[in-house]
Design a protein. Structure first.
Length: 227
């Protein structure tokens, strides 16, 4: 039995997982880890260095040189790739278009899961992703599986992207990218996105952020007393 509390939040792309995870971590004073940012940062490295994803040795060599770090008490999920702050760059369409292929790679997944498990060894934390409740922390005390109407998800993501200067992406492109990622996430061979049997489903199509936070915090509270 683990003595620290782990909250796993999995679900589809742009479901508001990280918004909820950040708010929950902040309200509980837990560490927040955005596992998607790790796959995105690896993707950025592969793109920059033209790493051949089909070449196992090239992937292993690249993974050996990649160092990822989070600011553990920063609820904005700032991530550094070999010391460089890449939080903004990993959210662009270039990385978004390539990340599914990279995150489906077995060696990439093994390396990331190992790092993630290390982060959850002793401290209370909230981690969001696709395989957190199934593969990374099957023994997490609380697991959520988030979902929302695909149109609503695309609109939310589009608004986020459109707010950034110089972004010319259309709503249709965002919708397509999400559909593609849902398909890739749920059908890949290596730890596909599936709901863990003991995960609580949270469909936030018609929920405010506060309602989601209250709902999630309500499920974690009983464990705080035991910790
Ligand atoms: O949550 P996100 O959209 O930032 O994730 C980026 C990509 O990484 C997404 O296509 C799925 C993948 N991912 C994953 O395979 N496993 C995780 N634990 C987190 C993200």
């Amino acid at each position: 039995m683990r003595s620290n509390i782990v909250v796993a939040i999995d679900g589809y792309s742009s479901c508001g997982k990280s918004t909820l995870a950040k708010a929950l971590a902040k309200s509980l004073n837990f560490i927040y880890v955005d596992s998607g940012a790790m796959y995105r940062a690896v993707t950025l490295y592969f793109l920059r260095n033209h790493t051949d994803i089909s070449n196992e040795q090239a992937v292993a060599a690249a993974l050996d040189t990649i160092e990822l770090n989070f600011n553990a008490r920063d609820y904005e999920s700032h991530i550094t790739l070999n010391g460089e702050e890449v939080s903004e760059e990993i959210r662009g369409m270039l990385v978004s278009d390539a990340v599914s292929e990279v995150s489906a790679n077995k060696w990439v997944r093994h390396a990331m899961v190992k790092q993630q498990q290390r982060m959850g060894q002793s401290k209370n934390l909230v981690m969001d992703g696709r395989d957190i409740g199934t593969t990374v922390f099957p023994d997490a005390q609380v697991k959520f599986f988030m979902t929302a109407d695909p149109k609503i998800r695309a609109e939310r993501r589009y608004r986020e992207l459109a707010a950034k200067p110089g972004n010319l992406v259309t709503l249709e492109e965002v919708f397509e990218n999400l559909a593609h990622r849902d398909y890739a996430d749920t059908t890949r061979k290596e730890s596909p996105l599936i709901r863990a049997d003991d995960a609580i489903v949270l469909d936030n199509t018609d929920m405010t952020q506060q309602e989601q936070l209250d709902f999630a915090a309500g499920h974690v509270k009983p464990f705080l007393k035991q910790a």
